[in-house]
Design a protein around this ligand. Structure first.
Ligand code: 4YB
Length: 464
C-alpha cells in the first residue's frame, strides 16, 4: 500500500517518525527530524540569497549529503531543480542552461558557470545553523509548482530535460514497491548519481516508504554496501562487485537496469547469494517501468502497476505513472507523448510468453551488404564470454558493404582479441561477425553511468 502524502514526504516522516533513521551518512545515522531541520535551514538560506518559487536551480556535482539536501530544499521552495553531471562540457552547459531557464547554480566542484547564472553560496551540513527561529519558506505540498528536470542522454543533438512532479516520482516508486519488498528497517544505497534518473529513483522509493537511505563513498563498492539491504546497479557495477569479496554483504535485492542484463550475470549473483531484479526504465518515465525477479530468461517481465505497454511495429510504447509532463524548453513544457498519451521509446522490443524482451535502440540499427545489423544482438553474445564485461559494436564505413561492424571490448586480463571471431562462429550469423576488435580505452569509462555509443564510435574512427 503506498503512502498518501499531505506534506513534503520528508516533513511528513519527520512528523510521523521523528526519531527513525532517515539517512546513514558513511556510518552516521541522521533522523527524519534532523533531516527536515537541515532542509528547512537550507531553504531559509537559499531564500535569503534570492531563490524564489518558479525559478530554475542547477545542482552540479557528484552525490554528496549537500547535493541531496539541495535537491530537497529547492523542491520545498517551489522551484525547479536540474541535477547536472559535473563532467558535462562547459560549452554544452552554456548552450543548455539559458534554454532551461536556470537562474541559479550550485556545485560542490569549482565550476565555470555561464555569465547568466548566479552561483548559490556553498555550505556544508555542519555549518548550517539549524535555528528554529529562522523563517523557513515552505511551498505548499499539494499545490506547489515544484519540478525536477532530468537530462536525457540522447545519441544525437542536445540533451532534453524531462520534467517531473514529485507526485510522478512517487507514483513510479509506488508501482515498483508493489512488486519489490522494501520495508521500514531496510536501507537502499544511493549507488547511482542524482543527475541520472536511476539515482532519483532511489530517492523517491526511500521517500515513498520512509525507510533508510545510505550515502557513502562508492569505492570500494563492497564497503559502501556494508549493512545495506537494497541497491540499484548497472550491470558493470554488479560484475565488478562479484569480482570483489561479496561474502560479507547482507543485500536482499539488487535492482538492475540501464542496459541489457545478461542472464550469466544474474546467475552468478544468485550463486553469490544476491537476488536480482531486472528492470527496464528510462528518464521520461522516472526510471523503472517493467521489472521482474531474475530468472533463466533475458526478459524484463511485465509493466509495473500503473503502466501500460504496447508494441507498435516492434517499437516499445509506454504510458502511465511516472511519465514526465514533457520536455522543458524556453519556459514551455513541450509534450513528449502522442495524442493518446503514449511515449514512443525508440527501443525495439518483442513479447514472448507475455514478457517483454528489449532488443536494442532503433537508432543503433545499421546495414551491411543489405542485411540489417542490430549491434545489441552481437553485444549480447559477446558479454557471455567469461572474460568480457562490456562490449560495444559500432559500424564503420566500408567500400564493399556500405558499413561493417567492429567491436570495442571491456575485458578482464587474459582475453585474446584475435580469438574472438572464431569464438563467435556458430553463435551469430556470419555477416554479424565483427571485422575488427579494440580494447575499450579507460578515458571512455569516465563520466556518467553509461558509456556513450557516440563517443565509442568517434574513438574508433580516430583509430582507423
Ligand atoms: C535498457 C534496459 C534494459 C534501459 N535492457 N536496454 O531504477 C532503475 O530502474 C534502475 C536501476 C538500476 C540501474 C538503472 C536504473 C534506471 O533507472 C535506468 C534508466 C535509464 O537507463 N534511463 S536512460 O534514459 O538513461 O536510458 C534509457 C534507455 O536505456 C532505454 O530506452 C533503453 O534503450 C536502455 N535500457 N534498461 C536493455 N533492461
Amino acid at each position: 500500500i503506498s503512502t498518501v502524502f499531505s506534506n513534503w514526504p520528508w516533513q511528513q516522516w519527520a512528523a510521523e517518525q521523528p526519531n527513525a533513521t532517515a539517512i546513514i551518512r558513511e556510518q552516521q545515522p541522521v533522523s527524519w527530524r534532523r533531516l527536515a531541520d537541515e532542509v528547512n535551514a537550507l531553504c531559509a538560506r537559499f531564500h535569503h540569497h534570492g531563490v524564489r518559487a518558479g525559478q530554475g536551480v542547477a545542482l552540479s556535482g557528484k552525490n554528496s549529503p549537500e547535493l541531496l539536501l539541495g535537491y530537497l530544499a529547492i523542491l520545498q521552495l517551489g522551484a525547479r531543480v536540474l541535477p547536472l553531471n559535473p563532467q558535462l562540457p562547459t560549452a554544452l552547459q552554456a548552450q543548455l542552461l539559458p534554454m532551461l531557464n536556470i537562474d541559479w547554480g550550485w556545485s560542490n566542484y569549482p565550476l565555470a558557470w555561464t555569465d547568466s547564472i548566479d552561483p548559490l553560496p556553498s555550505f556544508n551540513i555542519e555549518q548550517l545553523s539549524i535555528d528554529n527561529s529562522d523563517t523557513h519558506p515552505i511551498a505548499d505540498w499539494s499545490s506547489a509548482q515544484s519540478f525536477t528536470m532530468t537530462l536525457t542522454s540522447g545519441s544525437s543533438g542536445l540533451p532534453k530535460a524531462a520534467v517531473h512532479t514529485p507526485d510522478a516520482h512517487l507514483a513510479n516508486a509506488a508501482g515498483l514497491l508493489q512488486r519489490m519488498q522494501f520495508e521500514l528497517g531496510d536501507s537502499w544505497l544511493l549507488s547511482l548519481p542524482l543527475f541520472h534518473v536511476s539515482g532519483q529513483g532511489v530517492i523517491w522509493r526511500w521517500l515513498q516508504k520512509g525507510a533508510t537511505l545510505v550515502q557513502r563513498n562508492m569505492h570500494p563498492l563492497t564497503n559502501a554496501l556494508a549493512g545495506c539491504t537494497h541497491a540499484s546497479l548497472v550491470p558493470t557495477q554488479l560484475w565488478r562487485l562479484l569480482e570483489q569479496d561479496a561474502d560479507k554483504l547482507v543485500l536482499k535485492q539488487v535492482l538492475l537496469g540501464g542496459a541489457s542484463i545478461p542472464v550469466e550475470l544474474t546467475e552468478r549473483a544468485r550463486k553469490a547469494g544476491i537476488s536480482c531484479w531486472c528492470g527496464y526504465g528510462m528518464t521520461e518515465m522516472a526510471s523503472t517501468t517493467c521489472a521482474k525477479p531474475a530468472d533463466e530468461t533475458a526478459s524484463v517481465g511485465v509493466p509495473l502497476p500503473g503502466r501500460e505497454l504496447q508494441l507498435m511495429d516492434n517499437e516499445i510504447w509506454l504510458r502511465g505513472s511516472g511519465q514526465a509532463l514533457g520536455y522543458w524548453q524556453n519556459g514551455e513544457i513541450r509534450p513528449l507523448s502522442d495524442s493518446q498519451g503514449w511515449f514512443h521509446t525508440r527501443d525495439r522490443g518483442e513479447m514472448r510468453n507475455g514478457e517483454l524482451y528489449v532488443c536494442g535502440r532503433m537508432d543503433n540499427l545499421f546495414f551491411s551488404g543489405g542485411e540489417g545489423i542490430q549491434p545489441e544482438d552481437i553485444e549480447r553474445v559477446l558479454v557471455t564470454h567469461p572474460l568480457i564485461e562490456q562490449a560495444f559494436v559500432v559500424p564503420i564505413d566500408d567500400v564493399e558493404f556500405g558499413q561493417r561492424p567492429v567491436a570495442v571490448i571491456d575485458a578482464l586480463p587474459g582475453l585474446d582479441l584475435s580469438q574472438l571471431s572464431t569464438w563467435l562462429e556458430g553463435q551469430i550469423t556470419r555477416f554479424q561477425i565483427p571485422d575488427d576488435y579494440y580494447v575499450l580505452p579507460a578515458e571512455l569509462k569516465q563520466g556518467g553511468i553509461k558509456i556513450s555509443r557516440l563517443a565509442v564510435k568517434e574513438w574508433v574512427y580516430s583509430q582507423i
